[in-house]
Design a protein around this ligand. Structure first.
Ligand code: ADP
Ligand code: MG
Length: 730
């Protein structure tokens, strides 16, 4: 019996277990594994508590003695929950999170065993940085790395089986100060956008002291039976199927979307949701997605830094909890060809400390003008830095999705809906194209109060847009499902900070020349509308017509990662990130190098897996069938039957033989192409070779012949679970 038949049997006999959930109410468990401010109040002295709160709010440093008190309080709380170990939890550029567990247990000089967690250990640790990607930074700077506590994201307890570990969210940086993770730059971008946005807010409202970017992600994923996955080495090693014929019943019936959730998946969802609630992840929605076996969950939005941590944590929790249900979660952007892929829409906005959403139309002319300011600045930022935004979502796995006629295209454009298009047109075409005192009527800007409701009519069209305004926030839809949102969020907030800073400078210059404040603001807004118009697109982003139109407009359309990444290291990018204090030039170059290396490795692994599967599964199964056909034909010949009675077998034999030979030849050539690529020294050139000479040249070709064989060869002989089994058996 093959793994495949075993797996199919396993699925047929699997009885789902209901998760053991102790409280019916979410509020009963929400945040119970988090060292929240409320918990801190219980466990800390007044002094320690105050210091922690100020540092969370204002980013002020905590001194060592107070850190010691906070550490003991955290340990007391953690131990009361059965925790024995702690770890600095961080987000290195590998894409996964990293932890190195230490126990509280220690021996004193005289050999007494005690449990201890001191302030220094809370604040700083030194993981072995050499095993994390650094893009040459260490070589250049002899940069040992260390992790440093980020008090703005609360510590939490991870449970694995019966073991419990206290996780301290940290940033990961080199001794020379360069960041080696996703979190440190994000925090810098949050600061930059805060500074710029407060300045602009103060034109309208002097009470605003702080502006915080908000993020609400939507995580798409597939859920597949574990035994079936184990019988597919490609799913195990690449997270996607490199072969597989799309079944007769794909997603064309669209009966899965918002259909009822299968019982086994439902049990899994409730279980991982419950674990997420304990960790303070405010999950709100769950539903089926368009493709069979595809689902989505989304939380209530949070401050971007916390939201990013929560998304990373969620991906980890889902993966672990799935095991309890003998399921596997596939977070890959495109696990199955011919079926929708998975994204992670990033809903983004800016919130003030006075409780205003800066991307929600206001109630008075003044707040409306403030809305229009932030709205137009966002469009301008995306227009000016579309290439850098595109680079921020580039990865080997997202390449399968962007531009594949069902996900947002690789062309960055902004969707704003009919109503706001009209508003911008009105502003743009004011008489004489210039604002003066007589034009003050426009300042009484009467925006429709219910833009969010108006937007609902446009929902269908904005689905094809990579960056859509959805009534009170922008939705960056091109982010991939495996991505750490930290990187695209760093870039988005940086370009917004940069644009707002320039905006304020232009407004101030006009005011200095004697313009009234509102007139000055309106003039710059008008100018920005004109200069960024070409990024606006309301039509179907999947259509061929858009690709042509975009080319006419001069919008970049970089379909593959190795070239899309170029935008990270242009003079423009270096200036942007340096001016805003996010990355130095060497940090940018290091990151560019790391992304290219990740790309190369991913394609390399996939090419190898393809070769292995072809040689060890596809060709052997096909040869068995070829032999059966041969035997059959020769027996028929012996029996002296007229050939016209076994013409079918002969054709089959010919086809099977042709495809076997094609698979064999192409795999052989692909291995040769890989050897050539491996000898290229320059990382960018090597990545391009892997893309053009290995992936583009051979992946589809090999797959074509393999999928043909899958359709021809006796089903009993086929060893890999087929799409119909992977996608429809639960
Ligand atoms: P849908 O997109 O399905 O219509 P919603 O618009 O309610 O649903 O929300 C989608 C996501 O957008 C959710 O994760 C939600 O938390 C998030 N979201 C809503 N408002 C904001 C905001 N101001 N900032 C960031 N994210 C937001
Ligand atoms: Mg949405």
């Amino acid at each position: 019996m093959s793994l495949r038949t075993d797996a199919v049997n396993h699925v047929s006999h699997f009885k789902p277990n209901s998760p053991d959930i102790k409280s019916a109410k979410i509020t009963g468990v929400f945040g119970e594994s988090v060292f929240t401010i409320k918990t801190a109040r219980e466990y800390l002295s007044d002094e320690a508590y105050k210091s922690l709160v100020t540092s969370i709010k204002g980013g002020k440093k905590i001194d060592r003695t107070v850190a010691g008190q906070i550490a003991s309080g955290m340990r007391a709380w953690a131990e009361s929950r059965g925790v024995t170990h702690f770890t600095h939890w961080f987000q290195p550029l590998t894409g996964a999170t990293a932890e190195k567990h230490d126990s509280f247990f220690t021996l004193k000089g005289d050999g007494t065993a005690i449990e201890e967690f001191d302030g220094a250990t809370l604040i700083q640790q030194e993981p072995d940085a050499s095993s994390f990607p650094n893009g040459g930074l260490r070589a250049t700077f002899e940069a040992r790395g260390y992790t440093a506590w980020d008090p703005s994201s609360p510590p939490f307890i991870i449970e694995i089986g019966n073991g419990k570990t206290l996780c301290i969210p940290t940033i990961f940086i080199a001794y020379t100060g360069e960041s080696l993770d996703y979190k440190a730059p994000l925090m810098k971008a949050v600061d930059a956008v805060n500074k710029a946005a407060v300045t602009v807010c103060n034109y309208f409202d002097k009470n605003v002291n702080k502006v915080i970017p908000t993020l609400g992600w939507e995580q798409e994923y597939f859920v597949i039976d574990e035994a079936l996955v184990n019988a597919r080495p490609d799913l195990v090693q690449c997270g996607r199927t490199v072969f597989g014929f799309t079944p007769a019943k794909g997603q064309q019936l669209e009966d899965h979307y918002f259909g009822s959730i299968p019982e086994r998946v439902y049990a899994f969802m409730r279980d991982f949701e419950n674990e997420s609630y304990k960790l303070g992840i405010p999950l709100r929605t769950r539903h089926n997605e368009v493709a069979p076996a595809q689902f989505e969950c989304a939380p209530i939005f949070e401050e971007v830094n916390i939201a990013v941590d929560h998304n990373i944590l969620l991906m980890d929790v889902m993966t672990r909890v799935a095991k309890r249900h003998r399921l596997v979660v596939l977070l890959h952007e495109k696990p199955f060809a011919g079926i929708n892929g998975s994204g992670k829409h990033n809903n983004w906005s800016l919130a003030t400390d006075t409780g205003i959403n800066l991307l929600a139309p206001g109630k008075t002319p003044k707040t409306n003008l403030m809305f229009l300011t932030f709205f137009v600045n966002t469009i301008k930022a995306v227009h000016d830095y579309a290439d850098i935004l595109r680079a921020s979502i580039a990865s080997a796995s997202n390449d399968f999705r962007l531009g594949a006629n069902e996900a947002p295209p690789a062309i960055i454009s902004v969707f704003i809906g009919d109503y706001l298009t009209k508003v911008l047109n009105d502003v743009e075409t004011r008489v004489g194209n210039k604002f003066d005192e007589q034009d003050e009527a426009i300042l009484k800007l009467d925006l429709h109060r219910s833009i969010p409701e108006l937007m609902i009519d446009n929902t269908d069209r904005n689905r094809t847009s990579p960056f859509a305004f959805t009534g009170n926030k922008f939705e960056f839809r091109a982010v991939g499902s495996t991505a750490n949102c930290g990187h695209p969020m760093t870039v988005l907030n940086t370009i917004i900070a940069d644009t707002l800073t320039k905006f304020a400078a232009e407004v101030d210059a006009l005011i200095e020349k004697g313009d009234k404040k509102e007139i000055a603001i309106m003039q710059v807004i008008q100018k920005y509308i004109v200069s960024s118009k070409k990024i606006l697109f309301e039509g179907d982003g999947y259509s061929e017509a858009w690709h042509q139109e975009a080319e006419k407009r001069g919008l970049p359309n970089l379909k593959t990662t190795p070239v899309a990444l170029d935008a990270m290291v242009t003079e423009k990018a270096k200036k942007l990130f340096k001016d805003n204090g996010i990355y130095t030039h060497s940090e940018l170059e290091a990151r560019h190098e790391i992304e290219l290396e990740k790309y190369i490795k991913k394609v390399q692994i996939e090419a190898r897996v393809m070769g292995d599967l072809a040689t060890n599964h596809i060709i052997p199964a096909s040869i068995k069938y070829q032999n059966e056909l041969l035997k059959n034909v020769s027996l028929l010949r012996e029996a002296a039957l007229p050939e016209k009675l076994y013409k079918g077998q002969l054709t089959l034999l010919k086809d099977v033989s042709t495809h076997i030979q094609q698979v064999y030849d192409n795999v052989f050539e692909m291995v040769e192409a890989r050897k050539v690529a491996n000898n290229i020294v320059d990382t960018r050139e090597k990545a391009i070779a892997y893309e053009a000479k290995v992936k583009a040249q051979y992946f589809d070709k090999i797959r074509y012949h393999v999928d043909k064989l899958e359709q021809l060869v006796d089903d009993e002989l086929w060893t890999l679970p087929k799409y119909r089994e992977l996608l429809f058996l639960r």
